[in-house]
Structures are given as C-alpha cells and as structure tokens.
Design a protein around this ligand. Structure first.
Ligand code: MN
Length: 259
C-alpha cells in the first residue's frame, strides 16, 4: 500500500495520485508550546498529525508535513509566550507560510485542502493566509481550490464530554495541557507523557481581559490551566476515534465525496 505521507512519496507517485484521485491534502497546523511539566512541547502538532493520518487513511487522502510552529501563546489559552520552549511566529510569518504552502499545493494540482488546526492562537492568521492564497490563485488563473479549516476539538460530542469529564467540563480555554490533550497523548504517545508530573492545582482563573506587557509572575506558574489528573488512555481512545470518524465524515460532506 502506498504511503499517506506526501513526504514519503516520489514526485511521480504524488503527481499520479493528484491527477487520478483529486485527493484531500491534509495540512496539520500546531505549535511548539509548553504543555505543562508532564507533556511535550509539540503536543499541538503531534495530535493533529495523528488525527490527520487517521483521516487520510479513512478518506484515501494525503497528509503533508505539518506547520510545527504557531502564533504566540496567550496567557488565557496557552499559559503565555514567556515559557521556555514556547517558540512562536509573528502573525505575518504564519500568514505568509500558510499562503505560500496553499499556493504551492494548488500549483501542483491539489484542489481539496483540509487544514487541521490544533493551536488556539493560530486561527485568524490561518484564515488570513487562506484568504490571501485564494486571491493570489485567482489572479494567476488557478481556480477550483476548496479549503476546509477545522479545529479538531470542536468535533467532540456532548456524550463524549460527559464521559471524559464526569464532574463537568471546565470549558475550552482551560483545556490547555488538560484532561483532553493529555488523554489523547496517553492513547497515542504514552512514551511522551509523565503522569507523575501533572500539577495538582485548581483551575487558573484569569480576568476577562488581556494586559500587555504580560507579567510572567501572574497567571499559571506550571503552564497548565486546569489539572490533567483525570486523564486516561481509555478517554484518549474515545476522543481520538471520535475526532477521526467525525472529521472524516465532515470532510466527505464538505467536499461531496462518496463514503
Ligand atoms: Mn496551543
């Protein structure tokens, strides 16, 4: 069986696949960002890559190498950009990178692109990259490219949330290095998780505004916003399977592909 990874194909095999199947090209986008003392800096990249491989296998798509750096981590959603290891891009760099990669895929014949974003702070820069790429392509006379942008965590069902958080869901912004990402890592990459290092702390509460410059002495000191103590590989498997199944189904629907 041929690889789902574009990077593992020859140019001829890639070209053939594009022309024959018009496959969905999946671009994972993450970050290099602290995720507490218990999980890896590449958490936001590892998870969409793993989901992307599952989706590619399900819908006969291809997965591209990820954008492994993201926009600057914000205190209320990612702990803040001051943590060692949180290695971020300026907004215009991320816009440019996204725009260039989209245009290159389209230039080689790709017409269906799934951008699988995992890092809260990336969103509007990806949208800007998409918008500018579509304008570029139009001016070059290349049309027909459709782009679907997904934040994988929006695909979790209420039933799964109830299983993963029996005591109630603390809310998305607090889910940084929390129960959900840690569970998915325990399922897919247990070698990278250190449950004995999960901080035992109450949710970090921020006021409903941002203050600049950021004061590193305020807000989370461990990097987590809510504890991941309740994370298990079983929860991770439920979440992961749901992400792959639901995003595959949504992608088929969005692009009008047969199941
Ligand atoms: Mn993040």
């Amino acid at each position: 069986m041929s690889s789902v990874h574009i990077a593992e194909l020859s140019w001829t095999a890639y070209d053939e696949k594009l022309k024959r199947d018009n496959p969905v090209i999946i671009l994972p986008v993450g970050s290099l960002e602290q995720h507490g003392p218990h999980s890896p800096l590449a958490t936001d990249t590892i998870i969409p890559q793993a989901i992307g491989i599952g989706v590619a296998e399900t819908i006969d798509g291809l997965i591209a190498p990820p954008i492994a750096y993201g926009y600057k981590s914000m205190p209320r959603t990612g702990g803040g950009n001051h943590f060692p290891g949180t290695t971020s891009l300026d907004g215009d760099t991320l816009v440019r990178l996204t725009r260039d990669i989209i245009c290159e895929f389209a230039r080689h014949g790709a017409r269906r692109l799934l951008i699988l974003d995992s890092h809260y702070e990336n969103e509007m820069f990806l949208i800007e990259g998409i918008d500018l790429a579509l304008k570029d392509l139009k001016s070059w006379g290349i049309d027909g490219l459709q782009i679907m942008k997904v934040r994988y965590f929006e695909f979790v069902s209420e039933a799964t949330l109830a299983k993963v958080f029996p005591d109630g869901f603390p809310g998305w912004p607090l889910e940084h290095a929390g129960v959900m990402t840690t569970s998915v890592l325990l399922h897919r990459r247990p070698d990278l998780v250190h449950m004995d290092k999960v901080p035992n702390q109450k949710p970090v509460l921020y006021p409903p505004y941002d203050l600049f410059p950021v004061d590193p002495k305020k807000g989370t000191q461990t990097g987590i916003l809510a504890t991941a103590k309740g994370a298990t590989p079983e929860k991770g498997e439920i979440l992961f399977k749901e992400y792959v199944a639901c995003i595959s189904a949504a992608t088929r629907e969005a692009f009008g592909l047969a199941a």
